[in-house]
Ligand binder design. Structure first.
Ligand SMILES: CC(C)(COP(=O)(O)OP(=O)(O)OC[C@H]1O[C@@H](n2cnc3c(N)ncnc32)[C@H](O)[C@@H]1OP(=O)(O)O)[C@@H](O)C(=O)NCCC(=O)NCCS
Length: 213
C-alpha cells in the first residue's frame, strides 16, 4: 500500500486551521504535505485564506480516496466526527495520525487511527487512545487510561490514572477526572469540572457542583 504523503483535513474551521498548523510543524522528515480541506459549508477554492494557502477541495461526501492520501477529521463534536469518520472509512479512506513533535507518547501506549495529539499533550504508560480521538494542547492522559473512539479531550484536561471513557465522550477545557472513574458513551463534561464518580452515558455534567443539566 502506498505510503501516506498527502493529508486531507476534514473540517476547515478553527480546529481545522489548528491541525494544519500542527502538520506544518512536522517538518520535512514526516514526508507529508497538506493536500487541502474538505468542508460542507465552504465553496471549493484554491486557498482557504492568505494564511492557510491550501485548497478547499469540496464537500466531505464528494471525497473519493486516492492512493497516497490520508485523512484526518478535525471536528470537535464527537457525534459529527464519528459519523464522518465512519462514512469515510466505508469509502476506503485511510486515516493519518497527527502527532505534534512536542507530544509525549509512552512506549507502552496504544494509538488507533486518525488520532490527533496536539502540542504538549501526554499519553502515559499503557494508555489506550482509540480511533479518531483528539487530545488537545496540554491534555494529559494518565497511565492505563482508555479513551473510546471519537472522544474529544479539550485543552488542559487531566485524565488521571485508570480513567475509562466510552466512545464519543467530550471533555471540556481544564476538566479533571479522578483516578479510575468511568464516563459513559457520549457524555459531556463541562469546562473546569472535577469529576469524582461515574458519569452515565449521554449525560452532561458541569462544575462547580457536577449537577445534571
Ligand atoms: C457544560 C456545557 C456543555 C453546557 O453547555 P449548554 O448546555 O449550552 O449550557 P448553557 O451554556 O446553557 O449553561 C447552562 C447553565 O450551566 C452553567 N454552566 C455551563 N457550563 C458550565 C461550566 N463549565 N461550569 C460551570 N457552570 C456551567 C451556565 O452558567 C448556566 O447556568 P444558569 O442556568 O444558572 O445560567 C458547556 O458550558 C461547556 O462547559 N462546554 C465545554 C466547552 C469547552 O471546553 N470547549 C473547548 C473547545 S476547544
Amino acid at each position: 500500500m502506498a505510503k501516506i504523503r498527502n493529508i486531507i483535513i476534514v473540517g476547515a474551521g478553527g480546529f481545522g486551521r489548528e491541525v494544519a498548523s500542527w502538520i506544518e510543524h512536522l517538518g520535512a522528515d514526516a514526508g507529508v504535505t497538506i493536500a487541502g480541506f474538505l468542508d460542507d459549508t465552504k465553496e471549493p477554492c484554491a486557498a482557504l485564506s492568505a494564511d492557510y494557502p491550501y485548497p478547499v477541495l469540496g464537500s466531505i461526501g464528494s471525497y473519493e480516496p486516492q492512493p497516497g492520501e490520508g485523512v484526518v477529521v478535525a471536528i470537535g463534536d464527537p457525534r459529527a466526527k464519528l459519523r464522518i469518520a465512519y462514512s469515510l472509512a466505508e469509502k476506503g479512506a485511510r486515516f493519518y495520525n497527527v502527532i505534534h513533535p512536542t507530544a509525549v507518547v509512552a512506549r507502552t501506549a496504544m494509538l488507533g487511527q486518525g488520532v490527533i495529539l496536539c502540542p504538549f499533550s501526554l499519553v502515559s504508560a499503557s494508555a489506550t487512545v482509540a480511533n479518531y480521538v483528539t487530545v488537545n494542547a496540554y491534555g494529559g492522559v494518565g497511565h492505563d487510561v482508555v479513551i473510546g473512539e471519537g472522544s474529544t479531550i479539550c485543552a488542559h484536561v487531566d485524565l488521571t490514572g485508570g480513567v475509562q471513557l466510552d466512545e464519543g465522550v467530550f471533555v471540556g477545557s481544564n476538566a479533571s477526572i479522578l483516578p479510575g472513574v468511568d464516563v459513559g458513551a457520549f457524555a459531556v463534561i463541562g469546562a473546569g469540572t472535577v469529576v469524582l464518580r461515574r458519569v452515565e452515558a449521554g449525560t452532561t455534567m458541569y462544575a462547580p457542583l457536577s449537577r445534571k443539566l
